[in-house]
Write a protein that binds this ligand. Structure first.
Ligand SMILES: Nc1ncnc2c1ncn2[C@@H]1O[C@H](COP(=O)(O)OP(=O)(O)OP(=O)(O)O)[C@@H](O)[C@H]1O
Ligand SMILES: [Mg+2]
Length: 371
């Protein structure tokens, strides 16, 4: 009966990791289970070992972190607590002027730290990225890491909190120590997870400890490493956490001109300029993020490839499907904007906005007569 309970617990633990998409952790846990079952359930142990032999190596992603210390593990499960991220960003982030200048400043301070040292200063060691989903907070962290040629270590607080509740404080401290041990960038992703769960009575003690750990760490983070944190809900953060960060960068939703630049990258020259300009405006009217734009282009590329259609036409029709959900008044405004500023044909504007050519013409006449 006891054995059954342990098995059930292992199953739940495994399911949690698998559903969170943590393939690496799943493998580590399976290795541990294979060892444990070798005494009690030999057939299962052998079957697991056979599967593991076929799976890709588990240690590869943890190599080359530029840190001699072993990667921190959860005490009980032995799964790694940190996700090293070696990917150079696939796209160059398109940043608003204020975000670009903040990001450049972070990089410059490190690339030319000798100047700062001469003046008795050190580079900023912590920054908080605040903004809605899909506007480039994680992308900017990756980009900074690749510009500074430092390993990026990602600690996803939402998964750490859910998997290891009760031991979160200790686990986080281990990760922070690891990141401090050699030059690196640690990204605390989804920092608001800590704040969001505050109302949950049972977890208050644990959260208080966690916030204390974080506050201490932000305060004495070494300037050899950079601590970045990202959150969607700046307002939910404890003001004490917020205040500690040396730099706070607000990532706004993109404007049409920025969406246009991003679309250029996503489409890789496969769609005409006037179509991309129109799509960028249409997305901006809908309050879309960069990742919304990226999702649209990826879906359109697939559809265009299957239908053997030009990407531009497919994009227009798919974006049109979204635009038609907007209120009529907004669609008319978008239609007039496109006809007037981009010399896009009224037929195309009609296809994208669903506003009839008669309506477009009469509104234009009305605007002209009003001067
Ligand atoms: N500034 C940007 N320039 C170009 N593409 C971007 C930008 N921001 C986001 N994207 C696209 O959207 C995808 C998701 O972006 P990212 O993961 O950086 O968003 P995020 O702000 O971290 O969102 P979340 O709050 O959901 O974590 C990127 O992989 C990229 O394709
Ligand atoms: Mg992110």
């Amino acid at each position: 009966m006891d054995e059954m309970t342990a098995l059930e617990q292992d199953l739940v633990h495994l399911a949690r990791m698998a559903l969170a998409g943590r393939g690496q952790d799943v493998q580590t846990l399976l290795q541990r289970l294979a060892r444990r079952y070798s005494r009690t359930n030999e057939a299962t142990s052998k079957a697991l070992q056979a599967l593991l032999r076929e799976a890709p190596s588990t240690d590869a992603p943890l190599r080359g972190l530029g840190n001699a210390a072993p990667v921190p593990l959860d005490v009980d499960s032995r799964v790694p607590l940190i996700r090293p991220d070696h990917l150079a960003p696939a796209v160059t982030p398109v940043l608003s002027t204020s975000v670009r200048s903040a990001v450049d400043q972070i990089c410059e301070e490190r690339l030319r730290s000798d100047r700062l040292l001469q003046a008795g200063l050190t580079p900023s060691s912590s920054a908080l990225f605040v903004g809605p989903p899909g506007v480039g907070k994680t992308l900017a962290a990756r980009w900074i890491a690749s510009r500074l040629n430092l390993p990026l270590l990602v600690l996803d607080l939402s998964s750490v909190m859910s998997s290891y509740l009760g031991r979160t404080g200790g686990n986080i401290r281990k990760v922070l120590d690891y990141a401090k041990a050699s030059p690196s960038i640690l990204l605390l992703d989804e920092l608001d997870t800590v704040a969001k769960r505050r109302d949950d009575g049972a977890e208050v003690g644990e959260l208080k400890r966690l916030v204390t750990v974080l506050l201490q760490e932000i305060d004495d983070w070494p300037s050899s490493s950079l601590l970045l944190a990202a959150t969607n809900h700046g307002a939910l953060l404890d003001p004490a956490v917020w205040r500690r960060f040396e730099v706070v960068v607000d990532f706004p939703l993109p404007e049409a001109v920025q969406l246009r630049k991003a679309l250029d990258q996503y489409c890789e020259g496969q769609a005409p300029d006037d179509v991309l300009t129109a799509i960028a405006r249409a997305l901006s009217v809908q309050g879309s993020s960069f990742s919304d734009a990226h999702r649209l282009v990826t879906a359109a590329r697939r559809r265009a490839a299957l239908a053997e259609q030009p990407l531009g036409e497919t994009l227009l029709s798919m974006c049109g499907e979204q635009v038609k959900q907007l209120p009529f008044a907004e669609r008319v405004r978008l239609a007039l904007d496109l006809v007037q500023s981009d010399h896009m044909s009224q037929r195309r504007v009609h296809e994208l906005s669903g506003v009839s050519r008669d309506t477009i013409r009469s509104r234009m006449r009305r605007e002209e007569s009003q001067g």
